[in-house]
Design a protein around this ligand. Sequence first.
Ligand SMILES: NC(=O)c1ccc[n+]([C@@H]2O[C@H](COP(=O)([O-])OP(=O)(O)OC[C@H]3O[C@@H](n4cnc5c(N)ncnc54)[C@H](O)[C@@H]3O)[C@@H](O)[C@H]2O)c1
Ligand SMILES: [Zn+2]
Length: 353
Amino acid sequence: MDSITSASYAVHFNEIAFLKVNEHLAKANYSKVFILVDENTHTCCLAPFMAAIEGDYDFEIIEIESGEVNKNIETCTQVWEVLSELDADRKSVMINIGGGVITDLGGFVASTFKRGIDFINVPTTLLSMVDASVGGKTGVDLGPLKNQVGVINQPVMVLIVPNFLNTLDDIQMRSGFAEMLKHGLIKDEKYWNDLKKLSDLNNVDKLIHHSVTIKNEVVLIDPTEQNLRKILNYGHTLGHAVESYFLESESHELLLHGEAIAVGMILEGYLSYKLTDLPKSALEDIKETFLNCYPKVAFSDSDIENILKLLKFDKKNSHGNINFVLLKSIGEPVIDVKVANDLLTEAFSYYKE
Ligand SMILES: NC(=O)c1ccc[n+]([C@@H]2O[C@H](COP(=O)([O-])OP(=O)(O)OC[C@H]3O[C@@H](n4cnc5c(N)ncnc54)[C@H](O)[C@@H]3O)[C@@H](O)[C@H]2O)c1
Ligand SMILES: [Zn+2]
């Protein structure tokens, strides 16, 4: 598969990925190579990665505990301290091997340590391959509030090796699939229709490549999210609020990122039907597709009230307004739509119907 070139870096696939990282390490003359993993990617992905690395470098492995609950500043502090203890300097590099939690947190730690060291992303979940590892958004949650602290800073390269997905469970695969469906909804109706017809997620190499191409096209035009890049947040305004609420609430099971934004995409589909002329048939298609893939989440009235309170923390807000990305049709988004509170409650009623 061809590499995908972004502004300052490239996304490489399979054998080319290993070829490029070997070339880069040989040339860059790093003082030390730090590898960030969690316990699962330590077990499943580190050995095959190391086996493909040629040459003799000064490696240090840093392991953090897996899970969104650990994507916070306390974990960053631990990693910064370890880097410091192990004499990381500005010529060190960090290789993030893991899902979106590792690439978001590792990218942020590297971008801020000694005002920034190089980092390389090696995504190992479907979600991080198609979305989180590309585009340069790095950061962590603040309490339950998603991605409140972070910077936009690009990796040196992204290495996508779909074989890493062999050890990933189906629920995590499905979570990543939600971001792929989003790519169809915001930019490519044919892709949406193709994805809907998939019977399993076994042979997704080409689809990963297509999703990264879509994301990259958007990010290249608007790297700092002034306008167009906002479309990547379709489903995320309400989706993040739902994710935060479940992250915080002890009485609810944790929702994965993809599961939460799947709910968000149905809710924001309803808002699109009401406000930006999304045809009813497209709204029904969106609802049916997501409910076929993801279990329906039960929301009580008080859940909904609390979720809506969290909306004020969304990063797309400005001057006290809550801004949504909605759809005019499948593949055609509209940015900066303001939505009245009543309609938000109505959207949840539509979800629950
Ligand atoms: N920066 C961005 O642009 C962006 C975009 C989308 C999502 N995100 C963020 O990504 C995060 C979600 O990422 P995620 O879904 O990858 O979650 P994750 O990093 O928590 O990974 C999910 C689970 O899979 C395990 N795992 C990872 N690779 C594995 C493998 N190959 N085999 C077996 N187990 C493996 C992990 O240890 C973890 O338990 C969220 O925090 C979200 O906000 C960021
Ligand atoms: Zn997302």
